[in-house]
Design a protein around this ligand. Sequence first.
Ligand code: NI
Length: 400
Amino acid sequence: MNNALIARIKTLSAEFAPEIIQDRQHLHANPELSFKEYNTAKYVAQRLRSFGIEPQEGVAETGLVAHIEGKNPSSKTVALRADMDALPIKEENDVPYKSKVDGVMHACGHDVHTSSLLGTAKILNKIREEFEGTVKLIFQPGEELIPGGASLMIKDGALESPKANNIFGQHVQPFLPVGKVGFREGMYMASADEIYVTVKGKGGHGAMPDNNIDPVVITAHIIVALQQIVSRVANPKTPTVLSFGKIIAQGATNIIPNEVKLEGTFRTLDEKWRATAHEKMKKMAEGIAEAMGGSCDFKILNGYPFLKNEPQMTNRAKLAAIDFLGEENVVDLDIWMAAEDFAYYTQSTDACFYRLGVRNEAKGIVSSVHTPTFNIDETSLEVGSGLMAWLAINELHSNV
Ligand code: NI
């Protein structure tokens, strides 16, 4: 532990907090959808230049990469990542910085991640004489949309020149009170695949089922049977989720339709099982449809892979967070079956994805992410920007 450096970072994060809050409010008021973050990228570039950091723009079209060199810059490189895209949600918060774009909102806190990383960059640039190695800043597009901006940033070389030895990502967590952060070593988040099924039969009058092949009944059988992939086929020690949230049968009380559309999500934490499950689900659905006289077109769109935090690096980060925030403010996280494109970085290099508390019940800030009333306690920005600076330095100075 380096108490003097922690104190210095805390002083700077407190000093910069007002302008980081301004950055967040600017980004929040001007959200852009996935892969359309042109103005956001321009804003980030202009802010980095005002700190004296020259970014590389246009990485994966709307992403940016920048470097802050400390002493002995080639000794080690730690990457820090923020995502920049917003969601197609109409904001319902009544705040001065409410979204100015109808139907688009920063409802997953990516405005917080981006502004917090700007704060971290400003802090690290100010104290670059006090650490060894290089910090790589990654501002990426399109976290919310397949194929995920992370995969495109990696393809465009964001983790190279200089090669990142490891990477940190931070995400808001509305269940965690402001001032606290959460870590989990190892498996943390799920792979998530989209399932699109069309069940075909033969429509007709509802009074004459013997003349038809009812795709509604076939679909009902398929939905129930597929749950056995989760309950009977999956290893009970491997978390697996199969949920169908959309079913469309365009018939009526007395009309059997020709076909039914079914859409769902499949999530798990094991790549081998993920591939096996895809095959088994397809086979089971097609077999049931065929046995009942119909047919079935079963498509799976592969989403993000599972997210695994490198255990030793995550443990070092957790201990560093305890030094920075106190033991009472650092919690252990449980597995979460949501998905996140940060998973691509975890497959490319050692990685740690952790959570920043933003909840404040006294102020009524309790809404979940991806809702029209999601918001944060903005004092979390001071915590987030300072902690990430300390985690980066701690990792650069660790002898691994
Ligand atoms: Ni998010």
